[in-house]
Design a binder for this molecule. Structure first.
Ligand code: SF4
Length: 275
C-alpha cells in the first residue's frame, strides 16, 4: 500500500528515513531537513540509494556495526513536533525546513499536508525535487514552497529514460510551471540544478543542447553539481550493485568548459562542487 494512503480513522502517514537538524546547505539559514523515502526514478548515480524504495528496508549501518531499518512511518503531527523544536533557530537565522528525499512528491498527499501545517506556523519551506508528478499535484505543492531546488538531469527524453528509468516530458512540463510561479514577484526562489554525470550528460553536445533548451524555456541561471562518489558505501551497506562504482568523480574544474558553453546561450552556470 502507498505510504500516504489516508485510511478511515487513521491519521495520514508518511515514510521518512531521516530528520536532520542544523543543516546549513539545503536552503537559507539554519534548517531541518526531512528526508522522504520513495522515488519513481532510478538514477544510476543516485547517492541516496536507501531513499529509492517506497517501503522500509534493512541495511547495514557500518558506523554502528549492525543492521538497521531504514524508513519510519510518521504522522504529520509527529514530524511537526520534531521540526518545530528548532523554530527559534529558524527565526534567528532566516532558516526553516527543507523537504528532501527520495522524491518528496512520491508521497505528495503527505508532503502537501505537512507543508500546509508548516506554513500555518510561519515556517520558511524549501524542497528538493525533480518534479516527476502529475502537474495538478505539482501546482498545488508549489503554493507552499518558498525555495525550490529543481533537478533537470537531461535535455533528451530517451537519454533521460536510459539513465533514470523514465523520460523527462513531465519533468520539463513542471519545470515550465515552476519557472512561471516560483518568482521573486511571488516571494519565491527557484534554483535549477544539473547533476553532471560522466556517460549520461557530460559531453559538450549535452551542454550545447541544455543551452538550447534553456533559451527556449527562458532559463538564465543554473547550478552544476559535479558527479561524486559519496553514495558508494551505501550500495555496499544495502548489498546492492552499483553501476558507476569505477567511474571517477568530477572536480569543479572539470566543468569549466561546460560552464563556458552554457554562457554562450546566456545561461549563467554556477559550479557547486563537492571539492
Ligand atoms: S531522483 Fe534523486 S533520489 Fe530519485 S533515484 Fe534519482 S538521484 Fe536518487
Amino acid at each position: 500500500m502507498a505510504p500516504d494512503v489516508d485510511r478511515k480513522k487513521e491519521a495520514l502517514k508518511g515514510l521518512i528515513f531521516n530528520i536532520q537538524k542544523f543543516s546549513l546547505n539545503d536552503g537559507p539559514g539554519i534548517r531541518t531537513v526531512v528526508f522522504f523515502k520513495g522515488c519513481p526514478l532510478r538514477c544510476a548515480w543516485c547517492s541516496n540509494p536507501e531513499s529509492q524504495l517506497g517501503m522500509p528496508e534493512q541495511m547495514f549501518d557500518s558506523s554502528k556495526n549492525k543492521m538497521i531499518t531504514c524508513g519510519k512511518s510518521m504522522t504529520v503531527d509527529e514530524v511537526m513536533d520534531e521540526v518545530m523544536q528548532d523554530k527559534p533557530f529558524y527565526d534567528e537565522s532566516g532558516g526553516g525546513v527543507t523537504f528532501s528525499g527520495g522524491e518528496v512528491l512520491f508521497q505528495a498527499k503527505f508532503a502537501i499536508e505537512l507543508a500546509k501545517k508548516l506554513k500555518e506556523k510561519g515556517v520558511n519551506l524549501a524542497c528538493e525535487t525533480t518534479g516527476y508528478v502529475k502537474s495538478s499535484v505539482f501546482k498545488e505543492f508549489m503554493k507552499y514552497i518558498d525555495f525550490m531546488y529543481y533537478d533537470c538531469k537531461q535535455w533528451d527524453p530517451m537519454l533521460h529514460q536510459k539513465g533514470t528509468g523514465e523520460t523527462n516530458e513531465i519533468i520539463l512540463k513542471n519545470l515550465d510551471l515552476a519557472l512561471k510561479y516560483q518568482t521573486p514577484e511571488n516571494n519565491k526562489q527557484l534554483c535549477i540544478r544539473i547533476p553532471v554525470i560522466p556517460g549520461f550528460n557530460y559531453t559538450d553536445n549535452d551542454a550545447e543542447n541544455f543551452g538550447k533548451l534553456f533559451v527556449k524555456m527562458g532559463v538564465d541561471h543554473v547550478e552544476l553539481l559535479p558527479f561524486h562518489q559519496f553514495g558508494l558505501k551505501k550500495y555496499e551497506e544495502l548489498n546492492r550493485p552499483y553501476a558507476l562504482k569505477n567511474v571517477a568523480q568530477l572536480a569543479s574544474t572539470d566543468l569549466l568548459n561546460y560552464q563556458k558553453i552554457l554562457a554562450k546561450y546566456n545561461v549563467q552556470a554556477d559550479i557547486n562542487g563537492w571539492d
